[in-house]
Structure formats: C-alpha cells, structure tokens
Design a protein around this ligand. Structure first.
Ligand code: NAD
Length: 491
C-alpha cells in the first residue's frame, strides 16, 4: 500500500515519519492509501518552510503580471483534470460525483479571480498631501503562508487562499486533512507541471504535530485555517501569540426561516438540498429550519417528501445524490444526536438511522432525517450535527424567529424564504451572521466576495476569497516623499 509523499522544494519526498494512518473510502471502508501522521512530521514541516522561505526571495521581486501567468495554466489543467479530481474527492470524502465536480468548479473560479491580482493589488496615491509632498501605499508580500484544511472540501478550500497568496508574491504550504489527502496529491501533480520556482508551493502531510510545527515556525507569517470551531480558536490563539496573521474559519449551525408567503414548493426543495447536500457535511448546510405562522404545518409535508426523495449510496454510482458521512465515528455521533433530540422531546418525522445500502453494507450511511419541535434549551438545537439531519421548529412571528437566529453562537449563514421585500430587508439588516441568503439555501459567496463567517464561525478579520484575500496576503507600506527644488542637482 502506497505511503503518500510530501511535495517539498519542487520534488516528491518521502516523509521522515514512520507512523501512518489509513485513508479510507467512507462508502465501503476500503483502504485507499496510507498517510504520514505522527511526531516526526514536524521535521518535514521545517524543510518545507525552509524551501518556501528560499523561493520567496526571487518570487516577491517577480512582476505581478508574471506571477499570475502560472495561474492561467493551472486553471486549464484543473479543467482538463476535473473528472479525475472529482472522482478522488468522492472516493475519499464520500460526496456524490456531481457535488465533487461542483466543488472543483468553485476552486477554479478562485484561480480565475486571482488572475485579476494585477488590478486588485493596485494601491493608493495622494499628490500634495502637503505642499510638494506626495504619499502612497504599496502592497508587498507577507512571506511564507500556510493553509490547514478540513476534510469536507478537500479540493476547494485550499483554493480560497493559494492562488491569491501566490499572485501577491508569497510562497505557500498546504497541510491537507489527513482524512482526505489524495485530492491534493492529484492537484500537486498539476502544480508540478507549472514550472514554478522550487519551493514556491509545498505539500506536507500530518496532523496536530505538523500544524503545531507550522504555528511555531518563525518563518511562517500567515495562517489560513478552515475546520471545527475548537481547533480554529486554538489556531488563532497560538498563531497570533507567535506574531502571525491568522484567519481561522470554524464550524456552524445554520438557521433558515421560511415565511408562509414564500413559494413553499420551491423553498422545500431548496431547503432539503441545503440540509442533505454533501450528507450535511457542509459548513453552509441548513440545520435549524424555522417556520413562521399560526398554521404550523404549511411546509412540513413538502419537506418530508423532498427529504425522502434523496437517493443515498456510493457517490460514483449513477443517480446518487447523497453519500456517506466521513467515518464510522461520525456516523455514531450523528446517530447519537438524533437519539438525543428524541430524548429531549423532538418528534422523529423521518429516521435515517440503520440505513442499509445494498452492496455498501460497511459504509457510513445515514439517510435523511427530520426532527420536529426540537427542545429550544436542549443540546441538539445548538450543536453542529454535520450529518443529514434537519431540525424543524415553529415560531409565531418573524421577530421571534430573528431573535432565535441571533441567539446562535455561530454566525456562518442565515437564510430567509419569503416573497416580501420588507421581510427580506428586515432580515438581512438584523440577522447576526456573515453570509445571508434570501430565497437561497446555501449562501456560499462566489470567489469575488469574502467568505464572511461571524462569531464562533470565524476568528480573525480578513476572510478568504476576493479582495479580502488580497489584503490578507499583502502587507501595506506607506511612503511619504518630498523632492524639494533646492535639493535637485542642476545640470
Ligand atoms: P478539524 O478541525 O477536525 O480539522 C481541520 C484541520 O485541522 C485538519 O487539517 C486537521 O489535521 C487539523 N487538526 C485537527 N485537530 C487539530 C488539533 N487539535 N490541533 C491542530 N490541528 C488540528 O475539522 P474537520 O472535521 O476536518 O472539518 C469539519 C469542520 O470544518 C466542521 O466543523 C465544519 O463546519 C468546518 N468547516 C468550516 C468551514 C467554514 O468556511 N467556516 C468550511 C468547511 C468546513
């Protein structure tokens, strides 16, 4: 069985680590590869950082117009190889092939947006801030930048950062999730074809030890993290204590309000897609669905029908809409939370436990589940489930529903379904979340906008993607100049 190599200083290199863990297909427990995972991965980190620091010297002086040229090539390579990359995502992560392809499309859009860096990096100039004195701002590279990514979008998330960092003149290291390292292995085969300076983009495998070594290495200047809230908080604190700039995106518990004036059929379909897409393993998955009305049941049946219609199975099989969750532990955890919801008083409208998928009996499958009237003071209402589970709640007024949305500790996304402009305006103004959807179920910002989590969904100030990424990956230098006539040599 193959032990995955690192990509350091432009070459595939064997890890210093002897310990490994298995990379497993969550649909059938087949072992796909072995990935280095242990104490000695810190040695690999140090050599990757040294290579990245060396590459930086030449790269930061390279004109930005030239720095974006490899990104044009990368876009075409990603497009040419999208099916193969998507297949790998499905194999190791479990989502359907269509979802994996859509994920890579979002990755490619970030490469395209970063190709605009020559314009985005332009700065400000003020003539005559005082008589004969001009002042301007330059954006310069930060240095060695790092991405630590989660399991649920192995192809897309590194691209929220990588193309912008490189275009801004930085060097880069990716530490993928140990659960899904194969996707980045394929992406790095493509990066290897770009003929970049050696060490400019590096791949290091590992877990906590690798992350800690990256957080503590003084040559690393910026950390982009995406993962669970507890780890995000830890990364933010330790990185900041070491003087680095950090953007750390965390977990979520996303509420969606459905007003009785919404198009109910459309809302039910979109909400079900949001809850059950990627088997609920999305940081923008809808979780708490709040209906507002005197009549409690106006969307219930439509939601149950939409949920029941989802086909669950191995993501590479034709017609499959929902795959397994990532590990047997995740499956047990989600099943525990379903039982917990029931013990807290919820009515189980649809029970996805004990899913039996013919031919994939060992897979981590849970079918769509709906809990109705989950206790407002219980555990389930506030816990990120990260599985295909909808909690359905009813509230009397939109004000009650917005107050409920704003009681959330997270703030990744909040959505409203309505046909009223006034409701929409009130909601987008008052909702305490960074990504807002109006008649949208997954309010995922396109590449030109920041991925704006709030509260416990984000630690830092500048987010991934778009202009925020340009700001994060550059440091500003302000120059004030005077050229007095009397100091100018006469010829
Ligand atoms: P995770 O926090 O377990 O792991 C993320 C990364 O951190 C991995 O690379 C892992 O190796 C590393 N890591 C894990 N534990 C660590 C520790 N103790 N110290 C240092 N590093 C550690 O997250 P996950 O389970 O891979 O991903 C799912 C989570 O990510 C969910 O909570 C989801 O909401 C969140 N997520 C958030 C966003 C967002 O944009 N806010 C996007 C995708 C996923």
């Amino acid at each position: 069985m193959e032990i995955l190599k690192n990509y350091i200083n432009g070459s595939w290199t064997q890890s210093s680590e002897n310990e490994t863990i298995n990379v497993v297909n969550p649909a059938n427990q087949e072992v796909l590869a072995m990935v280095p995972f242990g104490d000695k991965t810190a040695i690999d980190v140090d050599s990757a950082v040294a290579a990245a620091a060396e590459a930086l010297k030449e790269w930061r002086e390279t004109p930005v117009m030239r720095r974006v040229q490899p990104l044009f090539k990368l876009k075409y390579l990603l497009e040419e190889n999208i099916d193969e990359i998507a297949r790998l995502i499905t194999l190791e992560c479990g989502k359907s092939f269509a979802e994996s392809k859509a994920e890579m499309q979002r990755a490619i859009e970030n490469v395209e947006t970063a190709c605009g860096t020559p314009m985005l990096i332009q700065s400000e100039f003020s003539e005559n801030v005082a008589p004969g004195i001009d002042e301007f701002m330059i954006r310069q590279a930060v240095g060695v930048c790092v991405c630590i990514s989660p399991f649920n979008f192995p192809g897309m998330i590194p691209f929220w950062f990588l193309p912008y960092a490189i275009a801004c003149g930085n060097s880069f290291i990716i530490k993928p999730s140990e659960k899904v390292p194969l996707t980045m292995m394929k992406v790095f085969e493509l990066i290897d074809q770009l003929e970049l300076p050696k060490g400019l983009i590096n791949l290091v495998h590992g877990g906590k030890q690798s992350v800690d070594a990256l957080l503590d290495n003084p040559e690393v200047k910026a950390i982009s993290f995406v993962g669970s809230t507890n780890v995000a908080r830890y990364i933010y604190q330790r990185g900041a204590a070491n003087g680095k700039r950090v953007q750390a995106q965390g977990g979520a518990k996303n509420p969606v309000i459905v007003m009785p004036d919404a198009d109910i059929e459309m809302a039910a379909k979109i909400v079900a897609d949001s809850v059950y897409g990627c088997a609920g393993q999305r940081c923008l998955a809808a979780s708490n669905i709040i209906t507002v009305a005197d009549d409690k049941g106006f969307i219930k049946e439509a939601l149950v029908e939409a949920a029941k219609s989802k086909t669950t199975g191995f993501g590479l099989d034709a017609g499959i809409e929902m795959g397994p969750v990532i590990t047997p532990d995740s499956k047990s955890r989600v099943e525990y939370l379903i039982s917990k919801g029931v013990s807290e008083g919820a009515n189980l409208l649809l029970d996805g436990r004990n899913a039996n998928i013919s031919g994939y009996e060992k897979g981590n499958f849970i079918k769509p589940t709906i809990l109705e009237n989950v206790a407002l003071d219980g555990e389930v209402i506030k816990t990120e489930i990260f599985g295909p589970v909808m909690s359905l709640l009813h509230m009397k007024t939109i004000d009650d529903a917005i107050d409920f949305v704003n009681s959330n500790n997270y703030g990744n996304m909040a959505c409203l379904f309505t046909s009223s402009g006034l409701n929409a305006r009130t909601f987008r103004n008052r909702a305490n979340a960074g990504n807002i959807g109006i008649n949208i179920g997954v309010a995922a910002p396109m590449a030109q906008f920041p991925f704006s989590g709030w509260n416990n969904s984000f630690f830092g100030d500048l987010h991934g993607q778009g202009r925020h990424a340009i700001e994060f990956f550059t440091q500003t230098k302000v120059v004030i100049e005077r050229w007095p006539k009397e100091w100018t040599r006469k010829f």
